[in-house]
Design a protein around this ligand. Structure first.
Ligand code: G
Ligand code: G
Ligand code: MN
Ligand code: NA
Length: 254
């Protein structure tokens, strides 16, 4: 398989880069966080997005190695922001199910933070909603230990799958990210905003913060703010940026 050969080479040679999509605190309008999004730069294929190669990397058993690279790259970037501004937006890293099941994850995160001398509060881990069903002792222990360290845990794509607040109550979680499809329902479905409003209220009752994803219009941003949503991410605010462009966007606030 051609893609397999190319991907193995790319992981070896670390031919990847991170894009950063700002997350805005709706109350203040400030950039408080950014999601790191993996990109593969191939001389002939161009820039390949993660939905095309992350599943392949998973199948080939390359995801742990690639995930470690992402952790290092994110910590290095946080260290650069800290040196420049004295603070850094929290950088949210996507963690695949295989990475979370790996017993080495805690150690990898802790040593990357130490190596770059970055406080744990500068890093957040996004795990997918499906993992809520997988409430094995080992996964819960890993999440609990990471939180004890001071790393925040977010549930990605919330509201699409089998999400249930009953699962959330068992999971050590700081934040949920409401899926883009639910955000779109604000204007496309009757009572769509009531559904999001109820999710926000329930999350807050459990002391969990809420970020809305895929916010593409001013009207959605306004309604989310009225409903008490904490933060928002989406093309209305910013597309994923290069590290330099994110730095430029942060400069006026520092
Ligand atoms: O940026 P884009 O819309 O192409 O991302 C598509 C998907 O790839 C998203 O679901 C995102 O969570 C996932 N993704 C992006 N970066 C990473 C990464 O570093 N690790 C893992 N495991 N998934 C990622
Ligand atoms: O699954 P995850 O939430 O990690 O995926 C985030 C993906 O959503 C990224 O690949 C990002 O490029 C994409 N994205 C971010 N903002 C928007 C938006 O406003 N609209 C759409 N359609 N996609 C977005
Ligand atoms: Mn994500
Ligand atoms: Na998501």
């Amino acid at each position: 398989n051609h893609l397999e050969v190319l991907l193995r080479e790319a992981v070896q040679a670390q031919r990847f880069t991170l894009a950063y999509q700002p997350q805005i605190e709706l109350r203040s309008g400030r950039i408080t966080r950014a999601e790191t999004l993996l990109r593969w730069r191939h001389p002939k294929l161009g820039t390949v997005g993660p939905s095309e190669f992350v599943p392949v990397a998973e199948d080939l058993g390359l995801m742990n190695e690639l995930g470690s690279w992402v952790l290092e790259a994110a910590c290095q970037q946080a260290a650069l922001f800290l040196a420049k501004f004295g603070n850094s937006p929290s950088l949210a890293i996507n963690i695949s199910p295989t990475q979370l099941r790996d017993r080495k994850l805690y150690g990898l995160v802790a040593s990357a933070l130490e190596r770059w001398n970055v406080p744990p509060s500068c890093i957040e881990l996004e795990i997918t909603e499906g993992l809520l069903l997988e409430n094995t002792r080992q996964v819960i222990d890993t999440l609990q230990n990471l939180r004890k360290l001071g790393v925040e845990i977010a549930i990605d794509d919330f509201g699409t799958g089998y999400s249930s607040f009953a699962y959330l109550a068992h999971f050590p979680v700081d934040r949920i990210k409401i899926d883009q499809a639910l955000v779109r329902a604000i204007s496309s479905v009757k009572n769509g905003d009531a559904i999001i409003g109820a999710i926000i209220n329930m999350a807050h009752a459990l002391d969990i913060k809420v970020t809305a994803e895929g916010v593409e219009t001013a009207a959605h941003a306004r309604r989310l703010a009225e409903l008490g949503c904490d933060e928002a991410q989406g093309y209305w605010f910013s597309r994923p940026l290069t590290a330099q462009a994110l730095e430029n966007a942060l400069t006026p606030f520092s």
